[in-house]
Design a protein around this ligand. Structure first.
Ligand code: CAA
Length: 274
């Protein structure tokens, strides 16, 4: 049970390339859902779409009614990569000035947890986008890969870094140097994917997981996410120090008092989101 709701608004709705909705959650905060919507080009990620995606993510991040976010595509494609047609004629200096992948770095700054719900192709930038999310739920028919090598380039939105951290050097080398596609099951076994479902159930599974997270005390959820992500760019000592201070910080939250009192009084906690 939760009271951690306030009136707020997730901002604009006139997006061209994404569909933004909210899913009700009787047990907690709502789930914000962003569906990538360029089906004619297998959800290829162009600059406009990525700008919209970031705007929608930031709006959900500020919306105190939302506790967790899902990014999804359609049955055929999560996203088949960055938009090749948009990039193909650019010069190196144009790419440098556009710096289009810098937008992607900002997704990392979203405080609320993001789940990628993947069906169909998650290739190149699509695979990288799923890895930029915090968790991945995939349909068993989903195909992941980093095929950039076949275009004469390399992954440019985190593939060489995030994939390597998730699946290890040997597997990342194989994936990036061959450009092959891999099944969700193989990459689940390799540690990239949280859960593989029958094809028709991936969204339901992702929504269930998102609702469960959105029913937890939101400040602790966000601080836990921040602390886990810290482990990617610090030493173990620095990370442990960050975790410890974050743990102590949560003793300033009303939800910490409520959570511990509710346990002792043997009753369900009622979260305030403070
Ligand atoms: N960019 C632009 N358009 C794309 C696209 C992409 N990444 N992927 C697919 N499309 C378009 C196709 O051009 C085609 O459009 P038309 O109907 O106008 O010809 C439409 O989507 C359907 O695609 P296909 O006909 O190719 O569909 P298919 O089922 O035969 O093949 C596929 C599916 C294997 C995914 C194939 O489309 C493909 O190989 N796509 C490109 C994958 C890729 O190389 N991704 C990496 C991009 S670079 C990148 O992402 C850089 C980075 O690190 C961020």
């Amino acid at each position: 049970m939760t009271e951690q709701k306030k009136s707020s608004d997730s901002g604009k709705t006139d997006y061209k390339n994404i569909i933004v909705t909210k899913i009700a959650n009787p047990k907690g905060l709502e789930v914000g859902k962003i569906q990538i919507n360029r089906p004619d080009v297998l959800n290829a990620l162009n600059i406009e779409l990525m700008g919209e995606l970031l705007t929608a993510l930031r709006a959900f991040d500020k919306d105190s009614n939302v506790g967790c976010i899902i990014i999804t595509g359609n049955q055929k494609a999560f996203a088949a990569g960055a938009d090749i047609k948009e990039m193909s004629s650019a010069s190196a200096i144009e790419m440098y000035i556009r710096d289009q992948f810098a937008t992607w770095d900002n997704i990392r700054k979203i405080k609320k947890p993001i789940i990628a719900a993947v069906s169909g192709f998650a290739l190149g930038g699509g695979c990288e986008l799923s890895m930029t999310c915090d968790m991945i739920v995939a349909a068993e028919g989903a195909k992941f890969g980093q095929p950039e090598i076949k275009l004469g380039v390399i992954p440019g939105a985190g593939g060489t870094q995030r994939l390597t951290r998730a699946v290890g050097k040997a597997k990342a080398m194989e994936m990036i140097l061959t450009g092959r596609m891999y099944s969700a099951k193989e990459l689940c076994d390799a540690g990239l994917i949280n859960r593989v479902t029958p094809d028709e159930l991936y969204l339901e599974e992702a929504e269930g997981m998102a609702k469960e997270i959105a029913s937890m005390p939101s400040v602790a959820v966000q601080i836990a996410k921040e602390s886990i992500l810290k482990s990617f760019d610090t030493t173990i000592e620095g990370g442990l120090e960050f975790e410890r201070r974050s743990f102590y910080l949560l003793f300033a939250s009303e939800d910490m008092k409520e959570g511990m009192n509710a346990f002792i009084e043997k009753r369900p906690a009622s979260w305030k989101g403070k």
